[in-house]
Design a protein around this ligand. Sequence first.
Ligand code: SF4
Length: 324
Amino acid sequence: MTGALPTAASLYERVRRVIPPIEWPAFVDDIDAILALKRERNAVVLAHNYQTPEIFHCVADIVGDSLALARKAMTVEADVIVVAGVHFMAETAKLLNPGKTVLIPDLAAGCSLADSITAEDVRLMRQRYPSAPVVTYVNTSAAVKAESDICCTSGNALAVVKSLNVPRVIMLPDEYLARNIAAQTKVEIIAWKGRCEVHERFSPADIRELREAHPGVTVLAHPECPPEVVAEADFAGSTAAMSDYVGRHKPARVVLMTECSMSDNVAVEHPDVDFVRPCNLCPHMKRITLANIRSALEENRHVVTIDPRVAERARWAVERMLFV
Ligand code: SF4
């Protein structure tokens, strides 16, 4: 960046379409403090697409979906990485940056998918299907990744499955992602029973109601949604793929069947597109706030650590995915 350093006042213009003027003063102190702390500590903030706009657009240095964050986390030059996302994302950042301090502002920022499976569960699946490689969604703990052959995200899951060149794979832990990928390949997919508590709530009836209330609306769905929802959508893809779709197709009116903040963040980039916003919040993502990002930097908390023996095997599964 050239010219004057950003301040909260200069950043408001960027988010004024999604943050009303009356709410903005509540954010100003924390934004200015975080910007100063990042310079002092040589820190960067990684923010997932589901973070609220004052985080995503005003204090984050790197934004994106899980895959983009993992990829970009490998190139980070800073001493400190603050992850504005959930715990498995902070672990992934640590796996790829073992020598850096990685902070998560709230240790309780979990994920229903990550919580649905343990390392022991993966070992039992392997015993049951010994010839099938294990493809593990990044929404899992480092301990689960360490038991896996390769990781995937919703953006590259199909490519990862195809890259293995085998007739059958185990895909963990998201049952719906596994079924949505199975519909696109002849490879037999053995699924686990995990669900994203945000995306499982969307139904085909929601889409029909939206189409009736907003004739001509383009419906984009995340592949963590039930297959019946994906089948009724106009397009299904990761958060990055949805954002890219809006940029390329410029639909007059669009609805994103995913977490609420995603629409706000994409709307900032596309003022000419009308966003219909059904709202399913991720309570785990919403644990991250400007206030706790500021505290994380001020008090160096919460430092993410991973057992080195687990980290080595988990890193291998993540890095293998990044080269597909
Ligand atoms: S939106 Fe779903 S998959 Fe993402 S962190 Fe929340 S519970 Fe996990």
